[in-house]
Design a protein around this ligand. Structure first.
Ligand SMILES: C[S@@+](CC[C@H](N)C(=O)[O-])C[C@H]1O[C@@H](n2cnc3c(N)ncnc32)[C@H](O)[C@@H]1O
Length: 291
């Protein structure tokens, strides 16, 4: 971070990272903050209003897959750094009306942007048992996906988080000796599907690279293995100077790497951080620097 630097926070959330970036790039560093959730934009507009007035912070309500066009509209490129802190915020998780948590009963929504697209309840009420099972298997890595999908379909319409959590518990036979709630993987899968989280991530990576100045850094914090794998493979691919040809053992081509990966292994939270913030347990941070 440098004074006068320009940064994009693609996942504004409560504005904690944006505030830190503004602090470390003072007195005149700038941040373009994006979030799909209009409530996040409203709250940070209030919380960091002074930085907006000083023209150091611009907030835009959008999914980060539109990062390149928003940066062009705002004449905000090239940039020194881009941050993606993926997934949902504590605020979303703890607001029952947003429908992300089985711990609080509420309408089964799960959209980061409640003004767009299909809610989790709509998805479960409209799709076939096979489609639901595949989605829970693929995005939740849930071995009992078929049984869960069957119970869901037999008990439609599904309306609330509590109803879904109880159905999953019934399908998988309770939670004896389990460390996590039996509905954890199903809820994760639905959230990923409703928000097209993996598609969004795949679509933003090239855009982020094109927006960075040489020496600029892309930092991505992921919370589950499906996202981390996309980030890891993309960074590996972009950092290669030789691409083998799988059809020819002597074949392949050299290329100029686009990035240097600064985290050979992902950075994880310290014990102290995990004690303070239990959700950081599964966080992995990977950083690449544009060549
Ligand atoms: C983990 S929170 C970010 C927390 C933030 N770094 C902070 O310091 O408070 C993730 C945020 O990203 C948003 N989000 C997730 N996927 C998004 C996407 N594809 N486009 C835009 N925002 C997204 C969510 O709405 C949520 O507010």
């Amino acid at each position: 971070m440098r004074p006068g630097g320009r940064y994009i926070d693609g996942t504004l959330g409560g504005g904690g990272h944006t505030e830190a970036i503004l602090h470390h790039s003072a007195p005149n560093g700038q941040v373009l903050g994006l979030d799909a959730d209009p409530a996040a934009i409203r709250r940070v507009t209030e919380r960091l209003g002074q930085a907006i007035t000083q023209r150091r912070l611009v907030l835009v309500h959008t999914a980060f897959e539109r990062m390149a066009s928003v940066a062009a509209e705002q004449a905000f490129a090239p940039v020194d750094g881009i941050l993606l802190d993926l997934g949902l915020s504590s605020f979303q998780l703890e607001t029952p009306e947003r429908g992300f948590a089985f711990a609080h009963d509420g309408p089964l929504d799960m959209r980061f942007d409640p003004t767009q697209g299909e809610s989790a309840a709509d998805l479960l009420n409209r799709r076939s048992a096979d489609e639901i099972a595949n989605l829970i298997y693929e995005y939740g890595e849930e071995r009992m996906s078929r049984r869960i999908a069957r119970v869901i379909v037999d008990n439609r319409p599904i309306a609330t988080t509590g109803q879904l959590a109880a159905l999953v518990e019934k399908a998988v036979g309770g939670r004896k000796g389990q460390r996590i709630h039996p509905a954890t993987r199903t809820f994760q899968a639905l959230r990923i599907a409703v928000n097209d989280e993996l598609g969004q991530l795949e679509r933003v990576l090239e855009q982020a690279l094109s927006l960075l100045a040489p020496g600029g850094r892309l930092a991505i914090i992921s919370f589950h293995s499906l996202e981390d794998r996309i980030v890891k493979l993309w960074m590996r691919e972009q950092s290669r100077d030789y691409v083998p040809d799988p059809t020819n053992i002597y074949g392949g081509r050299t290329q100029k790497p686009s990035v240097t990966v600064l985290t050979k292994r992902p950075l994880v939270a310290s014990d102290e951080e995990m004690a303070r913030n239990p959700r950081s347990r599964s966080a992995k941070l990977r950083i690449a620097e544009k060549c």
